[in-house]
Each structure stands twice: as structure tokens, then as C-alpha cells.
Write a protein that binds this ligand. Structure first.
Ligand SMILES: [Zn+2]
Ligand SMILES: [Zn+2]
Length: 95
């Protein structure tokens, strides 16, 4: 499985999902969550934050997302959360 960074035109590829998330958190600008203003790493962690901390309705209102965009992001969170090694990720983000 190859994990591709989906931020903008980046397209960087990684063999390990943890490496892809660490890349997003370190190589890309952090973003402010449009719902609560918390600054979070871009990419998976931003999406994870939005869908774990906020309701779908809040997300749609703040980002003007349509239901396809919401479903796509929800499935990313599901897919990644199912396989990510949280300890390994924490180790990479800690460096
Ligand atoms: Zn990237
Ligand atoms: Zn938030």
C-alpha cells in the first residue's frame, strides 16, 4: 500500500501511513480549524480533528463542504485510523 499526501499538489508518496502523516505534520503549514480556531497539522490530523471534535453539521457550515466532500473525508479518517500505529505515529511526531 502506498500512501500519497493529498495536500494541494504535493503528491509525496510513503510506504508507511505513519510516515505520510508525519510528513503532513512537519512539511506543511499548520491550519486553523475553521470551527474552533485550534491550530492543527494539515492533512489527516486536521480531518481527524474536525470529525472527532465537531459534528458533521458544524463542519459543513464552517467549510461550506458538500456531502460528497464530507463522505470522502470520513472515509479517509476511517481507513487511516484503522491501520495507523498510534505509538509509531507519536514517536515520529515527537522528533
Ligand atoms: Zn505533502
Ligand atoms: Zn476544531
Amino acid at each position: 500500500m502506498v500512501w500519497e499526501c493529498g495536500i494541494g499538489e504535493c503528491g509525496a508518496c510513503f510506504d508507511e501511513v505513519e510516515a505520510a502523516i508525519a510528513h503532513q505534520a512537519t512539511e506543511h503549514e499548520r491550519r486553523e480549524c475553521k470551527v474552533c480556531g485550534t491550530v492543527v497539522p494539515d492533512g489527516y490530523l486536521a480531518i481527524y480533528h474536525a470529525f472527532s471534535e465537531h459534528s458533521r453539521a458544524e463542519y459543513v457550515r464552517a467549510y461550506g463542504a458538500d456531502s460528497n466532500a464530507v463522505r470522502r473525508r470520513e472515509s479517509i479518517v476511517e481507513d487511516v485510523t484503522a491501520v495507523v500505529d498510534q505509538d509509531e505515529l507519536a514517536r515520529l511526531l515527537d522528533r
